[in-house]
Ligand binder design. Structure first.
Ligand code: SF4
Length: 480
């Protein structure tokens, strides 16, 4: 794994990380979220206007990010907080470790944060001899499992309750039941002890309000509040794209976020943190540090099409409706962030040379763009990135191997000429007997091996045109 940007295991290696139960567990959970979202959205007649306002505010903010970030820095400092700028993941880790070292920190409690997943902070803390404990239940589970998250808002969405009970039994040395309420109780008991003793709390943040320097955290478990108020030291690691102009903007995003993410009107906890505590009698940490993470975001800003990805409010709705995500799960994206948003963010952060497969991890059906609360044109960005992968542009060179580019050129010629297509379709079944096993093609030579390594292909047939003609005739008859 690289530590220069963020963890990327690559698309082809994903099968090593995917338990066979994933599609079922993921489909059950995402269907629940899709249903919940639809019900909440239907209650709000002005939903489409709200989406447009949210999109406009995010557009305006990313176009004026320098102004709002400067305003944010002033406001955080005026409230008594400290601001640190991290250009890379490595710099962000160094800043957090330095703060921990200066304060003799031995134990850290963490609330859920995609930014700290992005910079692989847990690994860095553990390497430095600091115990870092995830306190969001889903994050706690995947920490026990030793994996990253497979969904933006439900990190352990791929695990069944039986698998979670087995993890608890193995790592906590108990006979864990499969009852989710009991499992939550067991985790809560362990975590409470840690909250009381940790010297430092680390969080991410959903929004940063430039007007007052306020960090906004939206959660459904009380752990975020415990992490940011019980230890004397609070460090928030937040991407620079999370800045919003003011409190009025926040009212729009709070309405959009909870409905899109979990199908709630409002999440259980919405927490506002403006600097450290002012007086001894108040709740909250003595020290508040905000690490503003760039890690490729300012580079993305230069691309007029790709930069719309920075409008994202990390609701996960695009993953819940994505037919690819629902069938392969989050690990298939090989990165800390999965689903359609991962497919447009990771290639831009890491470069299309590294994550060149991700823009193709989509059917381009457009369901993601239809539900995105801030109207990010995900299919447009995917096509833009595919062009970058295939042809290169001012940001990167083409990254498709020469052989594949040659095959793609031949395929485009074959598809453009009717007789070549017909001839090829008759020729392909000839190779079936050499590779067919149990009526599946499972061990094809390169470049088809890139597919068959992961799942088999049905045998080639020359029946498409016949099938199409029969289907079209049936449809014509049924619509008469
Ligand atoms: S791209 Fe849109 S739908 Fe997907 S996580 Fe971001 S805001 Fe939500």
């Amino acid at each position: 794994m690289t530590h220069d940007t963020h963890a990327y295991i690559g698309f082809e290696k994903y099968s090593e990380h995917v338990p066979p139960s994933i599609p079922q567990a993921v489909q059950q959970a995402t269907s629940r979220f899709v249903g919940g979202r639809a019900a909440r959205v239907a209650e709000l007649p002005q939903w489409e206007q709200l989406r447009q306002i949210g999109s406009d505010i995010r557009q305006h903010t990313i176009e004026n990010m320098d102004v709002y970030l400067a305003r944010l820095e002033d406001a955080v400092q005026s409230a008594g907080g400290q601001v640190h700028w991290a250009e890379t993941a490595e710099e962000a880790r160094r800043i957090v470790l330095q703060i921990a070292k200066e304060n003799n920190v031995k134990t850290v409690v963490k609330s859920k944060s995609m930014a700290t997943e992005e910079i692989e902070l847990n690994h860095a803390l553990q390497t430095a001899g600091i115990e870092a404990l995830e306190t969001d239940l889903g994050e706690y589970i995947i920490q026990l499992a030793g994996t990253g998250p497979s969904h933006i808002i439900v990190p352990a969405v791929h695990l069944t309750k039986e698998e979670i009970a087995a993890l608890f039994s193995k790592h906590l040395g108990i006979d864990a039941p499969t009852d989710p309420v009991e499992l939550a109780r067991i985790a809560r008991e362990i975590l409470r002890e840690k909250f009381l003793n940790a010297e430092m709390g680390i969080s991410g943040g959903n929004f940063l309000i430039a007007e007052t320097g306020t960090l906004v955290m939206v959660t459904n478990e009380g752990n975020g509040r415990m992490c940011t108020t019980m230890p004397d030291l609070h460090v928030a690691v937040v991407g620079i794209d999370k800045v919003i102009p003011d409190w009025e903007s926040l009212t729009v995003f709070l309405k959009l976020l909870a409905r899109s993410a979990t199908g709630q009107k409002l999440s259980t906890y919405t927490q506002f943190i403006t600097g450290p505590r002012r007086a001894e009698g108040e709740f909250g940490p003595k020290e508040f540090n905000l690490v503003l993470l760039d890690n490729g975001r300012s580079k993305i800003l230069k691309d007029p099409i790709g930069r719309d990805v920075l409008k994202c409010i990390r609701c996960g709705a695009c993953a819940n409706v994505c037919p690819v995500y629902k069938n392969v799960g989050g690990f298939a994206y090989g990165s800390f962030i999965s689903g359609p948003i991962g497919a447009i963010l990771s290639p831009q952060m890491l470069g299309t040379q590294t994550a060149r497969e991700l823009p193709y991890a989509s059917t381009l059906c457009g369901a993601c763009a239809d539900v995105c609360p801030v109207k990010i044109p995900i299919p447009t960005i995917l096509r833009h990135l595919r062009r970058r992968v295939a042809e290169g542009d001012e940001f990167s060179k083409p990254s498709i191997p020469l052989l594949l580019r040659g095959i793609a050129t031949l395929a485009s010629v074959a598809l453009a000429w009717n007789w070549i297509y017909r001839f090829g379709a008759r020729l392909l079944p000839v190779i079936n007997p050499f590779f067919c096993k149990n009526n599946w093609l499972s061990n094809m030579p390169y470049p088809l091996s890139r597919w068959t390594k992961v799942r088999p292909l049905p045998p080639f047939t020359a029946k498409f045109r016949r099938w199409w003609n029969v289907r079209s005739t049936k449809e014509t008859v049924s619509t008469r």
